[in-house]
Design a protein around this ligand. Structure first.
Ligand SMILES: [Zn+2]
Length: 330
């Protein structure tokens, strides 16, 4: 597909890549927050039956009767989708695509699959928080605490959707309940550091060749998609690439510097990765030719004057100047 070749060229010629990702990427990796599908049945069948839970998202924002049940749900979720997570092909392809480029990731996904796949945590801004940190449920202070280890321990001891009371996390300041750092209520502590790093990235690449690569974000998304399109509009050298299944939306004012790909994210990223590799191979072959050409030119320029100089130097001190000259020129 010619369009993929053009996108690969844009990415490889860019100064940096800004990745925007939402639910479509998670679904490609097998995590569907909104679906009452087989994966939900397999993981939460008992909890679904007991509480009438219809999807993961509902469980994330549920008012659980007890802390033991709340952490029963969360620890099972975190253990399954974070603790046991193996880097997916879509993440491997994405890493290859941005290889050698500076990048930044802005996402509403909270499952930390970017970090768990080897992307730098310093280069990820999780707008709505993430599953691997927790906070005081009443936000008595704004420190975030790691949640993976406690969640793994709780998951190991969980029984019938409940964890042991002694394992329930408590706020170290007020002694009250803790909650996963996701924007599920008004007590959510904003991800200030991530936002600051994101703003610093935008400032650093202001006016530069920036490729915005948007993955699996629906057209109604106002949290990431709308701001990214406005960014592309005001950045003169930015390009916009949006990949989504069934819903590709690009505003008219940025159409000329945009690419919209409608299809399965996994398949498109796999093809795009190949095009990036082809582009790298073509570039390195071209670079080899240029380097070899420069070397030949340099050799000619250096050797000729040096040999002449050497000859003249020898002639000055050689008592048999004429003889030397005769042999020297052979
Ligand atoms: Zn507290």
């Amino acid at each position: 597909m010619d369009e993929l070749k053009q996108i690969a060229k844009k990415i490889k010629d860019s100064d940096a890549v800004l990745i925007g990702a939402s639910n479509g990427l998670s679904i490609t990796e097998g995590l569907h927050l909104f679906a009452d599908n087989q994966a939900f049945e397999d993981l939460f069948g008992d909890i679904k039956k007991k509480y009438g839970l219809r999807c993961i998202l509902q469980g994330m924002s549920a008012q659980w009767p007890t802390e033991e049940e709340k952490w029963g749900f969360w620890s099972r979720l975190i253990h399954h989708y974070c603790g046991k997570y193996q880097e997916s092909p879509v993440m491997s392809d994405l890493k290859e695509i941005v290889d050698g480029k500076d990048y930044f990731i802005i996402t509403t996904n909270g499952e930390c699959h970017f970090e768990l796949s080897g992307f730098s945590p310093e280069k990820v801004y999780e707008v709505e928080g993430n599953w691997l940190t927790m906070q005081c449920a009443c936000a008595c202070h704004d420190t975030l605490y790691p949640s993976l280890d406690p969640a793994e321990k709780m998951a190991g001891a969980e029984k019938d959707g409940r964890v042991l009371s002694a394992m329930v996390p408590r706020c170290p300041k007020c002694g009250g309940p803790m909650q996963i750092h996701m924007e599920t209520d008004q007590n959510f502590i904003p991800e200030t550091k991530g936002r600051q790093r994101f703003e610093a990235f935008l400032e650093q690449y202001h006016g530069e060749k920036l490729v915005v690569l948007e993955l699996g974000i629906g057209w109604r998304n106002q949290l990431i998609k709308a701001p990214l399109m406005r960014l592309v509009e005001r950045e003169p050298n930015a390009a916009y690439v949006t990949i989504n299944l069934g819903e590709v939306y690009i505003t008219d004012n940025i159409k000329e510097k945009s690419f919209g790909l409608d299809g399965y994210l996994g398949e498109i990223l796999s093809e795009l990765k190949k095009e990036c590799e082809n582009y790298n191979t073509r570039s390195s072959r071209y670079q080899e030719k240029v380097t070899s050409c420069i070397k030949k030119q340099t050799k000619k320029r250096c050797c000729i004057p040096f040999s002449r100089l050497f000859l003249k130097f020898q002639m000055l001190f050689d008592p048999y100047r004429s003889t030397f000259c005769r042999f020297g020129r052979m």
